[in-house]
Each structure stands twice: as structure tokens, then as C-alpha cells.
Design a binder for this molecule. Sequence first.
Ligand code: ADP
Length: 488
Amino acid sequence: MKKILFVTSEAHPLIKTGGLADVCGSLPKALAELSQDIKLILPNYQALKTTEKVRFLCSIRVDNRSVNILETRMPGSHVTVWLVDYPVYYNYPGNPYIDEQGEPWPINAERFALFCRIAVEAAMDRIHQGWKPDIVHCNDWQSGLVPALLSLEQDRPATVFTIHNMAYQGLFTGSTAATLNLPGKLWQPEGLEFHEMLSFIKGGLVYADYITTVSPTYALEIQTPEFGYGLEGLLGHRKESLGGIINGIDLDQWNPETDPYITQHYSATTLNKKLLNKYELQRRFALPVNERIPLLGLIGRLVEQKGIDLIIECIPEMAAMDMQFVLLGSGDKGFEKQLKKLAELYPDNIAIHIGYDETLAHVIEAGADIFLMPSRFEPCGLNQMYSQRYGTIPVVRKTGGLADTVVDTLPETLANQTASGIVFNEASSSSLLEAIKRALILYSYPDTWKKMQTNALKMDFSWQRSAEQYLALYEKLEADTQLSRRGD
Ligand code: ADP
């Protein structure tokens, strides 16, 4: 059994701003189910919500500050959670990272540096709990200083750093490094310095024993200038210690056999019942109710990353085809406006719902025939996995987690029963349109389509599968640490 300290700035259902929280809510539970001894550590934000009891654990002084550590559990599980309680830094309302205007909180560097220092104290058991982890697993830039600071310790645990999205790096002015009183040894271009700025993410990328990302393809992509944001050289240099592990999905929440939000439950053996969900989706979006016409769906943040501009370019041609398209999302105001206009122009084919609506997301996954995900980059992506679990065939661009979780439909993949979607290469509207046409042709052959749906429904996207891969990594790292200690 491994002792694992899991360092994260968010975990569902305690506190969530994005996909990071889903991973950090699910993975520790899956590791606990594999009999591992895992504890989470998070900042005690005002917005953090729990139904479990919270108790005082201990107090610790770092940098002349007295910080409390509170103890609770992940709701509905036995996984212990330690909350770093320092009200001056964490006890104010709203989002953990940004204010109401969308601007980063001015003291973010101080807030997350303190969080990292406390995580290091916990990792070295200087909080005197008689629990010293074998592995410290850090996530995204907010925890980036942990591997850096731990690298200066004797007899330290092995460290893993997971990149959930390279687009967020925790960059601050160079003078911040002095304010934070960071050990001088770390302040160098081969350390935390990035073009004279202080980079939190580099703390993970330079000093962690192993780096993971949330898909094998994204692990390769971030070693190129297009996806590496200037850190591709460093990542290439560390390629022997860099790998990808695909996220799982919550199989209870996304299950067409039990989903409380959908009209008709169904499974791989009762796929014909999916049709009732299609009627419901057409009704909800005020489109003509029609069994025969292929129904395409999209759910997501309306941002360039998701290829929304490509969709907008395609809509006039899509509207001229024999198909319907529903979209649920919010984000860029320009995209929202253009999409609404297009829906007004083509009311029989195109319907748009602007907003965030969990229930409607389930209704779309269950009711659509085809799901569009033409992302420019996608570290892992969830919707393509939900879609396959609902027998809704995804059309995806070959990038990141999309490339790793959707099997393109070709004669050979049909023959070996793995074909589960349509994959296209180029981030252009013409390539997307070609892929849509390919999907529509396949849809017109019901036997082939049913085979694709059955293949999609068979895919294993369980968290257990991912947790087993993380565990294998922890075991390898611990063995390496022991070997190198013996060598010392
Ligand atoms: P990202 O984390 O980049 O936004 P993912 O595909 O990894 O993309 O995860 C997005 C999650 O948020 C999915 O569960 C998706 O269904 C959900 N989601 C995004 N936009 C909406 C929306 N407007 N309404 C409901 N759910 C949404």
C-alpha cells in the first residue's frame, strides 16, 4: 500500500471551476478503492462546500505566519482531506483564482506559494501526524512549487506533476520571487525563471521526478512549439520522464441505463430505444420531430480552443444538408451572437441554447446521433467519452485526448470491431465539413452505424483503469527512489 499526498487547488464536489476538479475528485477515490492510503490537500477557500465534519488538525508556522490545517473527508468517501486555513489568503468570496471582473486576485503568487509551502511541510511530516507519504502527486501550476521545494529536502518522497492544461502556467513578475522569499538556488533559468518571470508550472516541469499529462497524444504535442507555449524545449529534454494517462469518466453519472435526466433508458442491446430520446431532444429545441433525419449535437465552452469558429463557418452548408444541429454552450460573446443569428436564419435545422445546463447536456448526449468536437487542442476532453458511452458517434479532430479515445471508422477498424467515431486531421472548416459528410454517409447504412455504436458503448473509460496506470507509475518511482538511495 502506498501513502500518497495529492496536492490540488480544486476537487469536486468541494470546489470546482473546471475539469481539474473532476479529475481531482475522482482519481483519489479510485486510488483509495485500489486500497491505497491517499490524502488530499487544498486551500480552505470560502467557497469550498462540504457536508462532512471539519475539525482542527494542527497549527504550523512558516515564513512568520501561523497557519492552521483542518481535516475533513471527501463527501461520501473515506478519503481524508487536509485544508490549509489561512483566512487572509483564502477566506473571501468567489472564484479561487479571479475576481468578479475576471482579473486574477492580486496576491495569487503569495496565496499559492503559501499553499505549496504547507504541502511540503505535510509531505515531510513536519506537521507531526506520523504519516509521511511515499509519493506527492501535484496538479497544475498552483502546486508547481511543491516539487521545486521538495527537491531541496533530504529523504523526500517521490514527486509526480500532472499537467491538465499547458495554457495556464502561473506566471508572475520576476520581483515576486524575492517577495516570496524563495530559496535562491531555485531562481535561475534552469529553475523557476522563465524569461525573467517567475513560472510556477516550471517548478513541476523541472523538478518533479515524473510529469504526466491527461493523454498520451497531448504528452507528445506539448513538446512542439504549437502546444508548448515556449516550454517545449524543457519538455522535450524531460521526455524520458513524461507520459500521458487518459482521464476516466464518472460511469455512474453518465450511464444511459440509469440516467435520471433522460426520457428513455437504453443499453447496447436496446439501442433502438435511444430514438425516444432523439424525439425529446428535437422537441426541447423546437426542431421538426423526425426519426430519419440525422441529429448532430455539440456541448462546450464557446471558445476558439473548441473550434467554434469552424462550426460557425460550416453552418450555412450544414443547414443546406438533410440534417439537424443543436448546440449548448456559453463563452465568447461574439460567438454567442453569431450562433444565435444563424439559428434564426435556419430555424428548421439549427437550434442554439446559450447557457450552462447540466440536465440539457445529458439530454443531448442521449438524444443526438452524432456529436461534434472539432477542438484545436484538447488535453483530454470528456464529451467524446460521454458520447461513446451513449452510443452517440463523435466526430473529432485528431488532437490530444480526442486522438487517444476515438477510433476512426475505416474498413480495418470496422473489421476488427473498434471503429467508434470519425476522426479528421486539419483544423479547417473544409476538413470538418468533409468529416460531417463522412458521418452522414455512414449514418445512412443502419447496420454499419449500429456496429459503430456497439463498439463505442463497449469502450472502457473507467477511473479504475486510469488509477491502475497511476499506481503502476507510483510503484516504479518508489522503486527508483529506493535504488538511488542505496546508490548514495
Ligand atoms: P473543458 O474542460 O476544456 O471545458 P471537457 O470536455 O474536458 O472540456 O469538459 C467539459 C465539461 O463541461 C463536460 O462535462 C461538458 O459536458 C461540460 N459543459 C461544458 N459546457 C457546458 C454547458 N454549456 N452546459 C452543460 N455542460 C457543459
